[in-house]
Design a protein around this ligand. Structure first.
Ligand SMILES: [Zn+2]
Ligand SMILES: [Zn+2]
Length: 140
């Protein structure tokens, strides 16, 4: 197992995670576009393996799936760092761009491509899903 480290723009929030990374995907859902102005690049880790220094702010929203998604960010500089979902207990999404070495984990799929804007750069070499990935339960 490798240790990954990262943090926000201003340095107030730092984190370390020692675990094998789970799925890594680029998400073009409308919520991600609002927080990132683009798609978000993410990786899933076991929540228990994530050690955070500093106090994050958080925002809860009901996703299209019906799950409650809690996004955590730095209250000083606004950097989005983590996301937890009631549909994904025990797992935390980490924003790839906040890693100290963002090349250390590579996305393997694009999700929610149907809501991507016309100018989105979607890598044809990755698996593309129009909606959520098959492993995410999608309740209506
Ligand atoms: Zn910050
Ligand atoms: Zn998204």
């Amino acid at each position: 197992m490798k240790t990954y480290s990262g943090g926000c723009l201003c340095g107030e929030i730092r984190y370390e995670v020692t675990a094998d990374p789970g799925p890594s995907r680029i998400c073009w859902c409308r919520d991600c576009q609002r927080i990132a102005s683009n798609g978000t690049a993410n990786v899933v880790f076991p929540s228990a393996a994530l050690k955070v220094t500093g106090t994050t702010g958080q925002h809860e929203k009901t996703a299209d799936s019906g799950n409650t998604v809690t996004r955590r960010f730095c209250p000083k500089c606004g950097t989005q760092l983590f996301s937890d979902s009631t549909g994904r207990q025990g797992l935390t999404v980490v924003r790839l761009g906040t890693l100290d070495d963002p090349s250390s984990i590579k996305p393997t799929a694009t999700i929610w491509s149907a809501s991507a804007p016309s100018w989105a750069c979607i890598d044809g070499a990755l698996e593309v899903f129009k909606g959520p990935p098959p492993s995410v339960p999608h309740k209506k």
